[in-house]
Design a protein. Structure first.
Lengths: 206, 318
């Protein structure tokens, strides 16, 4: 009997150890393969990161009521980035991880309305209301930006730019890490700034 | 105490003005000298009555009252004095420390002072840790008094007034966040004598100074870093008789520590080691580690001095 309990316990312990290791390995880290995810967009279509092998992918954490996000959308800056790089073949995903009832949460219809209103141009707006993908990537703020190469490697994790503020006038003065990173990736160069401290509102997880 | 009441009491000392979208208007009636005309008087009275009755309601969109407060009632040429930015927030709303943590924005003060006046660095009281859904930020709830020392030049005329202005930006949050701005002014008389303390704010200044991190102490602090952790070695001076418990490290620099990770205090040969989880974003490390160590039991033999400022070389032991 004792042996059975011991065996069961060690199998369980082993199981959890493997699980813990897997969880660790799956977490997003620069210069490592970007963890795969599958999320529905605002039209109910499901997107997996693995479907976009061969394309450069940008992930943008989004909450339209956050003043840091407003700075970028009211000035048209974020839409411009989405359009410019969209034309160059970059797949731009905006992701909302706000939980139902929290700031920034949208039903698919509301999200579509917002895209129209803001004239946003992501490849798709993905809905992550249980926050699983947000947590997988360690998304802390809105905005929080990621760049994934066509080989599926995460090469940027951090802020949109280097001036922490909600002031529109700062956009022109700031160094935009995503723009620089994307240009470098497309030129086949090493990304010069791979991480920075993201700034913004906290992601409104459940 | 309302801002209006303070304004009335300030006849002999500095005068305060606030101009901001989010605050009550300046007391209009003080600036209007038409009271000798009864009809206009009546019309004005009704207008102002209605106006203030509406505007007396705090604007729900903002949640913050801002004001500049001088510790002393006058300025003496060539001497330094302290001015505080007072931010009073609605219940449960908070603003941010110099390192806001995972989200947020530190309060920014831009001084606009007369020629020759030199503002010192912002004296940040130690912050409080806020955690929500696994994300951590550092800041202040309720109210905060942020002191700046200002040096007055020798060459200012006594008998004149000096106008000190500050353009202040903050972010205030309670789940959601709202940026705020105020242009604040104090007008202070310049007198050729030791200034009198403004009694009304003595306790605020005293309480706040207790929260300013000590910059020198007998404690020996060393830090090192390995793959996953920052290790802060804390060795007590021989005269310390207490025991450290519940030490919290607030890093001043962003991107070094993982704020939601637990911090573990362990005994070492000569004292203690605080283990702080590293951030995944810390690919490039600074040469020095700066921040505040908080001990609820105090760093001396009393509970008075709870915060210790550290600025020490960061050694990579990997």
């Amino acid at each position: 009997m004792k042996r059975v309990i011991f065996l069961t316990l060690s199998v369980l312990a082993g199981f959890f150890l493997v699980l813990a290791l897997l969880a660790r390995a799956a977490e997003a880290q620069v210069d490592k393969p970007a963890p795969n995810f599958t999320l529905p967009d605002t039209n109910g279509k499901s997107h997996s990161l693995s479907d976009y092998k061969g394309k450069i992918v940008v992930l943008e954490w989004l909450n339209h009521d956050c003043p840091f996000v407003k700075k970028l959308y009211n000035s048209g800056h974020m839409q411009k980035l989405q359009k410019t790089y969209g034309k160059k073949g970059v797949v731009w995903f905006s992701i909302i991880s706000s939980a139902p009832g929290k700031q920034g949460y949208c039903t698919p219809e509301q999200a579509n309305e917002l895209i129209k209103q803001k004239k946003a141009a992501p490849a798709a707006l993905l809905l992550d209301s249980d926050g699983k993908v947000g947590k997988l990537y360690g998304a802390k703020t809105t905005p929080h930006m990621y760049i994934i190469t066509s080989d599926g490697v995460l090469v940027y994790n951090g802020a949109i730019d280097d001036i922490r503020s909600t002031n529109v006038e700062d956009i022109a003065k700031a160094k935009n890490y995503v723009q620089i990173g994307l240009d470098e990736v497309m030129a086949g160069k090493e990304v010069s700034t791979k991480t920075s401290v993201p700034y913004g509102c906290s992601v409104k997880y459940k | 105490m309302s801002l209006k009441q303070n304004f009335q009491q300030d006849k002999n000392g500095p005068e305060y003005y606030e101009k901001s979208k989010n605050m009550r208007p300046n007391p209009l009636w003080k600036r209007i000298s038409l009271f000798q005309y009864p009809l206009i008087n009546l019309a004005l009275f009704i207008f102002i009555y209605v106006f203030t009755a509406f505007s007396a309601e705090p604007q729900q969109s903002e949640h913050v009252k801002a004001r500049l407060i001088s510790e002393v009632k006058s300025i003496q040429p060539g001497k330094s004095f302290c001015v505080a930015l007072w931010l009073k927030m609605d219940k449960h709303w908070h603003n941010y420390w110099k390192n806001p943590g995972d989200s947020g924005l530190p309060t920014k003060i831009e001084w606009n002072l007369p020629d020759g006046f030199v503002p010192g660095v912002i004296q940040w009281p130690y912050p409080k840790r806020f955690e929500e859904s696994g994300l951590v930020s550092f800041g202040y709830e309720g109210e905060v008094f942020i002191i700046t020392q200002i040096e007055a030049p020798k060459a200012i005329k006594t008998g004149t007034n000096a106008k000190l202005s500050a353009s202040v930006d903050w972010l205030v949050c309670k789940e959601s966040c709202i940026p705020g701005h105020a242009d604040l002014v104090i007008i202070m008389p310049v007198k050729n004598k030791s200034p009198k303390i403004d009694e009304r704010w003595v306790n605020h200044f005293k309480k706040t100074r207790k929260k300013l991190p000590k910059t020198s102490s007998e404690w020996k602090i060393k830090t090192s870093i390995n793959k996953n952790q920052i290790l802060i070695h804390i060795d007590p001076p021989s005269e310390f008789k207490g025991e450290l418990k519940n030490i919290t490290f607030f890093p001043e620099q962003g991107g070094i520590a993982n704020y939601s990770g637990s911090q573990n205090l362990k005994r070492s040969q000569d004292g203690y080691i605080l283990e702080v989880l590293r951030s995944k974003l810390s690919t490039r490390l600074p040469a020095r580690l700066k921040g505040v160590l908080l001990s609820p039991e105090g760093w001396g033999n009393s509970r008075e001095e709870r915060a210790l400022h550290i600025d020490v070389p960061l050694m990579n032991v990997d």
